[in-house]
Ligand binder design. Structure first.
Ligand SMILES: [Zn+2]
Ligand SMILES: [Zn+2]
Length: 338
């Protein structure tokens, strides 16, 4: 089979590799129905994270179970399943507390931009849909594998509640779905920070009530202006740069919450500055597995349509163009069909 391999900065190849096999009795092999390029795939693609060896890419996936190991009990061949970017046993203390992305047995998923994927710890990791879905549901189900779950965690970690004022830093797929999540959780006011018109429009469609185009200190000043000088109750940070994290912290009212899900790159916080902001900080790699059953239900029942973030669909063999389009910000997110 042919799979996606990153060799170095902007060098994505689609190459022949052996098909994965069951190695441990807890494994499953799934035939990928759809996969996609993640914003976090762009860090190594751009050379910001070093690529030391040819690396199979892709960690967002859904598809049909092809084969399971002898110990797998909760999923079976023929089922349509979705999993997160970390495998987890779903039984250890951290999983029990709802932090499956800190599972004692967690391992990062790689190689999902391929026709077949081996998923370890299948029982703990994979969630099956009620039936095999129709094709129109697949983009939104795929989104629950990462971006939707990550946006949801940003909102949950930032304590979004009915009636609250929320600001979202970042207009990538996660930021847009953080807007959708805040709307679902009943936020009264949702301020999306974006300077791109197509992204602003999607943010409005997902529930944003205000758009702020300014960044950094000017962005903070606009949020203050819009909230009578108080700041937002909840700020959802979906970028991971020094500027975006500081923008999030300073846009939050004293006593408010920052949910941060952008993987930090080169971020340093000043302890004393942080001390006097009085904000709650909660973030990290989203425990998507905790949210998967509920998010799948919301998609299945037509309550949310997070698949709208995919504005480019390509056959898997054109994966390199999928990366380029996102790198050049011609696409928000690329859906890939094997
Ligand atoms: Zn991802
Ligand atoms: Zn665990």
């Amino acid at each position: 089979m042919k799979v996606t391999i990153l060799y170095g900065p902007r060098d994505v190849r689609f190459e022949e590799r052996d098909a994965p096999k069951i190695i441990k009795p807890t494994d499953a092999i799934i035939r990928i129905s759809a996969t996609c390029v993640c914003g976090s795939d762009l860090w190594p693609y751009r050379g910001i994270n070093k690529v030391n060896q040819p690396t199979p890419m892709g960690h967002e996936y859904c598809g049909i179970v092809e084969e399971v190991g002898s110990a797998v009990k909760t999923v079976k061949p023929g089922q349509f399943v979705i999993g997160s970017f970390f495998v987890s046993d779903n039984t250890c203390p951290h999983c029990q507390f709802g932090y499956q992305s800190s599972c004692q047995q967690r391992e990062v998923v790689g190689g999902a931009q391929a026709p077949l994927l081996r998923v370890k710890l299948a029982d703990g990791t994979l969630v099956a849909t009620p039936e095999v879905p129709s094709g129109d549901l697949i983009p939104s189900l795929l989104a629950t594998s990462d971006v939707m779950g990550t946006g949801w965690f940003a909102a949950d970690a930032a304590n979004v509640k009915p009636g609250k004022t929320v600001a979202v830093v970042g207009d990538g797929a996660v930021g847009l779905l953080a807007v959708l999540s805040a709307k679902q959780m009943g936020a009264a006011r949702i301020i999306a920070m974006s300077r791109h018109e197509t992204r602003q429009n999607l943010a409005r469609e997902f529930g944003a009530t205000d758009i702020v185009t300014e960044r950094g200190d000017e962005g903070v000043a606009r949020i203050k202006e819009l909230t009578k000088g108080i700041g937002a109750d909840s700020v959802l940070e979906c970028v991971g740069t020094q500027e975006s994290i500081m923008q999030a912290i300073h846009s939050t009212r004293p006593g408010g919450h920052v949910g941060y899900v952008g993987v930090p790159h080169g971020v340093e916080l000043n302890g004393q500055q942080l001390f006097f902001t009085h904000v709650h900080l909660h973030g990290g790699p989203a425990p998507v597995r905790r949210y998967l059953p509920d998010l799948i239900k919301l998609v299945w029942n037509g309550k949310i349509n997070p698949g709208k973030v995919f504005d480019l669909t390509l056959p898997l063999d054109q994966v390199a163009e999928g990366y380029r389009a996102m790198d050049e910000r011609r696409a928000i997110k690329t859906l890939l069909l094997p």
